[in-house]
Ligand binder design. Sequence first.
Ligand code: HEC
Ligand code: HEC
Length: 200
Amino acid sequence: MKIAANAATLLLAMAFLVQPAVAEGDAEAGEKLGYTCLGCHGIEGYRNAYPSYRVPKLGGQKAGYLVIALKGYRSGERSHPTMQAQATSMSDQEIEDVAAYLASLGGDTVASGGSEAPPLEAAAACAACHGQNGISMNAAWPTLAGQYESYLKHALDQYRSGARKNAIMAAQAAIIAEEDVALLARYYANLNGLETTKVD
Ligand code: HEC
Ligand code: HEC
């Protein structure tokens, strides 16, 4: 009994830690909003034109991170013309809803992660936040497992150049050896995890 009670307290504490700032997202409402996203995020291997990299997978991504990313585009803190245009008209509640919907996709692979990929030494430093299997440890941090290799490489390059600003990742990216950037992108892309957002 005592163990169960402690576990419940711990779960409750964890729930508070990851609690979003506004009302919890409604995945059902988010599904309708998510329709407009499919034109790019719902097509396997769809590319951003300049520079050329694949439009990131969102299916099974952490809800808290999706909210942060969308608000970043909306405020202009994170720059990308198309995504800024997508996010400007979204309310806080719509962002929460679409994030809840996207996070609910992906199912089992995202929960379990893992793969047959041999461990990569350079990834040891990332595991504390992004997880041993590339499934992140906190709703506010992105899952990397299964994301497109070209997008992961693009994101790391952006943190390294300062084009994408985030204090935590700027520090992390700065200490990655040049030759490890491509290896890390390939490593995480090959783990089981994120999925392309698809229409049922
Ligand atoms: C016209 C194509 C297009 C449409 C439509 C679109 N996106 Fe995007 N989205 C992109 C591209 C390209 C990127 C990568 C931008 C970058 O490099 O920052 C992106 C990035 C994102 C990211 C950041 C992912 C990450 O891992 O950091 C989120 C979240 C996102 N989009 C959500 C949405 C949502 C929600 C919608 C629908 C309301 C949507 N997008 C519609 C092209 C699109
Ligand atoms: C202390 C925690 C922490 C560590 C350690 C860490 N990261 Fe991150 N990472 C984050 C956070 C937080 C973000 C989201 C930042 C943002 O909003 O731009 C992120 C974002 C990323 C992204 C962008 C994902 C996306 O969908 O756009 C990549 C790629 C990434 N990290 C790779 C790595 C790699 C590779 C390492 C190890 C060398 C690493 N990270 C170590 C916390 C961490």
